[in-house]
Write a protein that binds this ligand. Sequence first.
Ligand code: SF4
Length: 214
Amino acid sequence: MAKQLPYKTIREIFRRFREAEPEPKGELEHVNAYTLVVAVALSAQATDAGVNKATRTLFQIADTPEKMLALGEEGLIEHIKTIGLFRQKAKNVIKLSRILVEEYDGEVPNSRAALQSLSGVGRKTANVVLNMWWRYPAQAVDTHIFRVGNRTGIAPGKDVVAVERAIEDNVPADFALHAHHWLILHGRYICVARKPKCGACIIRDLCQYEEKTL
Ligand code: SF4
């Protein structure tokens, strides 16, 4: 695990990220808060591209919890069977839609606890929804962010909660909202798992990873 980088270095890293991409966006397609919750719930252990392919037609038919319940579990499965773990995910989406209708008047709530009361929605999913929809500077740590945080020293931590806390504690407030997407995109396209593209990395001189590639 790298050592925690100092404030000035972290500021410079995010200044470069912002210069390269001022408005980073998530890649999961959605048309409202509800479809974002569904898309994130479907994306566990699946690629965003794979989820988007399935949800493009699904969300034309079912873009509210009421319409999803009308479609039903079997109907939903027909749309998402190209996505891993689709049976369990279909069950969760139907259950969470029912909870939304019965307990939240069909609206997506905006507290972490309320979001996590929905079936299949864990801390990471709740943080993605808080960040992408409600523009709250929540940090959803996935495998990419965990790797980048630890390699660079931006946010070292033994587990995802420790990395989440390190991001919250160390990323300057003016970068906090977009930190999630800058880190995720960096991990997805540059600081990749097997052979990071250090030669093309804009923070190479600031990163602490000892096994940088050329
Ligand atoms: S220099 Fe290499 S290891 Fe460090 S952030 Fe860039 S790609 Fe990742």
